[in-house]
Design a protein around this ligand. Structure first.
Ligand SMILES: Nc1ncnc2c1ncn2[C@@H]1O[C@H](COP(=O)(O)OP(=O)(O)O)[C@@H](O)[C@H]1O
Ligand SMILES: O=C(O)C1=C[C@@H](OP(=O)(O)O)[C@@H](O)[C@H](O)C1
Ligand SMILES: [Mg+2]
Length: 185
């Protein structure tokens, strides 16, 4: 359910999906196309700890990362006109799902496993959750995580689309939704 108190056009957009589907890259592009500020939750956390996520996991543990992830998302999701990319594990927390779904438009970036696995080399060094797992275990995680991504308002399958094409599709579909539900007078 979309928040009835805020104009749809003003609501922030949140991107969700598994690690490496393109939330950060595409979020940044969509923000530029819509003239909005871009917030990457992982980058905000890394800035606050002054170290990369892999180091945060090593030094403080995943629990500390998840707590900071929740408070950071809580803070930014209450602001308007932002483009926010959250980490792939954020929607594991029900509280995060609730605040994002009630305050923002949640866009799910979908990518099939066959496409995703071609990207693993780009991701392994910076994603601690992947580092301790075999390919079979990552596939299992990929499949079990799909349930948490079913909580969204809109979705795009990015198989065979480049970053520009995905961003254009998202901007167009947002404009259609804004025009249907909040036509300009
Ligand atoms: N649609 C796409 N096609 C090809 N490569 C992509 C696409 N989207 C993202 N990538 C690449 O995948 C990698 C992970 O992207 P990133 O935006 O960091 O994902 P996320 O934030 O979801 O973890 C980057 O190297 C990025 O350039
Ligand atoms: O899925 C996860 O548990 C995580 C995803 C990462 O973000 P991306 O989805 O942007 O890679 C980052 O938040 C952290 O490494 C944990
Ligand atoms: Mg990211």
């Amino acid at each position: 359910m979309i928040n009835k108190n805020t104009s749809l056009r003003m609501q922030s957009i949140v991107f969700i999906g598994f690690m490496g589907v393109g939330k950060t890259t595409i979020g940044q592009k969509v923000a530029r196309k819509l003239y909005r500020d871009f917030i990457d939750i992982d980058q905000e956390i890394e800035r606050e700890f002054n170290m990369p996520t892999t180091e945060i996991f090593k030094k403080f543990g995943e629990k500390t990362f998840r707590e900071k992830e929740k408070s950071t998302i809580d803070y930014f999701s209450q602001q308007q006109l932002k483009i926010i990319s959250v980490g792939g594990g954020a929607f594991l927390q029900e509280d995060i799902r609730k605040i994002c779904l009630s305050n923002c438009i949640v866009f799910y970036l979908d990518l099939s496993w066959e496409y995703w696995k071609e990207r693993i080399g780009l991701l392994i060094d910076s994603r601690p959750v992947l580092q301790s797992r075999s390919l079979e275990e990552i596939e299992e995680l990929f499949n079990t995580r799909q349930e948490i991504y079913s909580y969204h308002h809109s979705k795009v399958n990015t198989n065979d689309l480049d970053v520009e094409e995905v961003a254009d599709y998202i901007v167009e579909s947002l404009k259609v939704a804004w025009d249907i539900y909040e036509p300009l007078k």
